[in-house]
Design a binder for this molecule. Structure first.
Ligand SMILES: O=C(O)CCC(=O)C(=O)O
Length: 307
């Protein structure tokens, strides 16, 4: 078995140069207009995170991780070679790659991810969990419309954020993410499933929400670019019938202070997910602190636009 990289709460490689002053951190910040876009629509896209070499490294490590014979395989929280169970609509989905391959571990420490997460959470940033979503060419499966927080109600208050990073150019043809702008103001809806029926969510939407699905927007990204989204924004992605793969890596964040709620009986549904004892703030081995504005920005927190 491989070493558990969750033991290391610092970068393990020189994949990213770490900023060492507020001025250097500011170079990784998004602008006020991008923050406003996030507030209004529930997502902000086209944020450059990885260069070509870093994308290539992660693709190589991803190929190893997708093999169930990987020596670190037992460290995954969840692993689904095909979450849809239909060989015609394959959706690879796994949580926990950060514990197994150093590139995915160090992705957590991307200065752009850390800084943007601080800006969009407006608080110190903790790692929540990671995900890998891959659709093979020709028979890649859809990810049904959903809200991320519907899977996370065992952690409260809701102060979470998702970053989806393209490891291939993500296009309409190969199944890029789609969003319903403004749906982060709909409130929390029940879980209706992640793979299989793209439109399963319609059974819990009112008429107005159902017609708002028609206003969905596709978010195309170049490999290495990211989209950040709100925990309640409605999003999903269609099948990949193109000749190209569509691979994506996800980092999910929570504001420091989010805790494991005593009354939330529904955990994430996997025995291997590190749930904390009820009532405890997310911390410890599986929930490293990724950005502390007091420490990184000293007295200059408000020089960086943030929520
Ligand atoms: O990769 C996809 O198509 C879906 C990703 C997603 O739902 C998420 O990151 O929350």
């Amino acid at each position: 078995m491989s070493d558990d990289l969750a033991l290391h709460h610092h970068p393990l490689t020189d994949m990213f140069t770490q900023p060492s002053s507020p001025t250097e951190w500011a170079e990784h910040a998004i602008g006020s207009d991008q923050i406003r876009h996030f507030e209004e629509h529930g997502f902000v896209s086209g944020i450059p995170v990885l260069d070509g070499q870093q994308v290539e490294l992660l693709r190589e490590q991803l190929a190893r991780l997708m093999n169930p014979s990987h020596p670190g395989h037992s460290l995954f929280y969840e692993f689904h070679s095909n979450e849809s169970n239909d060989p015609e609509t394959v959706l690879f989905h796994a949580l926990g790659g950060w514990r197994i391959e150093d590139g995915f571990h160090d992705l957590l420490y991307s200065p752009t991810l850390r800084m943007t997460a601080f800006q969009l959470l407006g608080a110190a940033v903790r790692f929540f969990h990671d995900q890998l979503f891959c659709k093979p060419p020709a028979h890649g499966g859809a990810v049904s419309w959903h809200q991320d927080y519907s899977y996370w109600t065992w952690t409260q208050p809701m102060a979470h954020l998702t970053c989806w990073i393209a490891l291939d150019d993500a296009t309409i043809d190969n199944g890029c993410l789609h969003y319903v702008p403004g749906s982060h103001r709909w409130g929390l809806l029940p879980v209706t499933g992640l793979a299989g029926d793209m439109k399963a969510v319609e059974q819990v939407l009112d008429l107005e929400q159902r017609s708002a699905l028609d206003g969905q927007v596709a978010v195309s990204l170049r490999a290495g670019e990211a989209v950040f989204h709100h925990p309640l924004v409605m999003h999903g992605s269609y099948q990949n019938r193109s000749p190209l793969p569509r691979r994506g890596a996800v980092v999910n964040f929570a504001a420091d202070g989010v805790w494991s709620h005593p009354e939330a009986l529904e955990g994430p549904g996997s025995d291997r997910f590190p749930i904390l004892p009820e009532g405890q703030p997310l911390a410890g081995r599986y929930y490293p602190l990724l950005f502390d504005p007091e420490r990184e920005l000293a007295g200059e927190i408000d020089s960086i636009p943030h929520l």
